[in-house]
Design a protein around this ligand. Structure first.
Ligand code: ZN
Length: 284
């Protein structure tokens, strides 16, 4: 790292350091995770700018004598104002940050930068229900970055395909085009549709990191059951463009199943419990 450096950066965590200074955990597109010191009292303008989830051009100075990095300026371009008004959004963003730190950007700062900032910008624009699905999509993409995302198309034991044809947008993955269903964007399902969509379609077995079909799974074995809609949704995240998946709707059951599964998988990948999941239980 050079003595003076300008980098695209997003602030992850800020904590007090000494009387007037702050210790800042920064995610830089070029450098990955950087711990830096911010000097200055409460009235400093820069201190106001260096707040969690603000993103922009950051100016860093490396002090070779003290072996530390100092933030000298920050031109913020993205503020994420709504995070302050929503406990869910700030918690979800903290969870994503914790994952990025504990997995060391999944081994690729550049790819991780895209997924992480896409997630922050996405939940900034969405309501909390859509934000919950946004968190599932972030985690599912992150598992791919880590190289451990299982295949949702075939049974890991007998090889039977879970779906009759490959993914495309539309009814196969869930209801789209919320405009047809009123301004709230909520989709109403008929009882018949709910019965069909909420049937168990596959069981995730942690021991195999794979999905088994209902015939292959032993009823006494523990695993994560996914209904047809949840399995469709995760397949869509794997196969479709982000903007196509965003318009797909889900029942609460499918959303909860995907949350429980992705939380379990990301903690297993990090090799430890994640503080944001433990303390954010009931919010996330
Ligand atoms: Zn099978």
């Amino acid at each position: 790292m050079l003595r003076n450096l300008i980098t695209d950066a997003v602030v992850l965590f800020v904590s007090p350091s000494g009387e007037n200074n702050r210790s800042v955990c920064v995610f830089s597109r070029e450098l990955g995770i950087v711990y830096a010191i911010l000097y200055g009292g409460p009235k400093s303008k820069l201190r106001g700018l260096v707040s969690p989830f603000n993103r922009g051009k950051m100016y860093l100075y490396r002090d070779t004598v003290k072996n530390s990095v100092k933030i000298t300026d920050f031109d913020v371009t993205n503020f994420h104002q709504t995070f302050r008004e929503s406990l869910f959004k700030s918690w979800a963003a903290s969870l994503a940050s914790e994952i990025v730190i504990k997995t060391k950007c999944g081994g690729s700062a550049g790819e991780c930068w895209k997924i992480f900032n896409g997630f922050l910008d996405g939940i900034e624009l969405s309501d909390e229900d859509s934000g919950r699905l946004g968190l599932v999509r972030f985690l599912w993409r992150y598992l791919e970055l880590l190289g451990i995302r299982p295949d949702t198309s075939f049974c890991a034991s007998c090889g039977k395909a879970f779906f009759s044809h490959t993914a495309d947008s539309g009814s196969e993955h869930g209801k789209s085009n919320p405009a047809e269903h009123g301004s709230s964007g909520r989709t109403e399902y008929s009882r018949m549709e709910i019965a069909e969509l909420t049937q168990t379609a596959a069981i995730y077995m942690p021991s195999e990191n794979g999905f088994l079909c209902v015939s292959c799974s032993a009823p006494d074995k523990r695993g994560f059951r996914l209904c047809k809609q949840a399995l469709h949704y995760l397949t869509a995240v794997s196969e479709l463009e982000p903007k196509e998946v965003r318009s797909l709707q889900c029942t609460a059951k499918a959303a909860n199943e995907m949350r429980d599964l992705t939380f379990y998988m990301i903690e297993a990948a990090a090799g430890q419990r994640l503080k944001s999941i433990e303390s954010g239980l009931g919010i996330l």
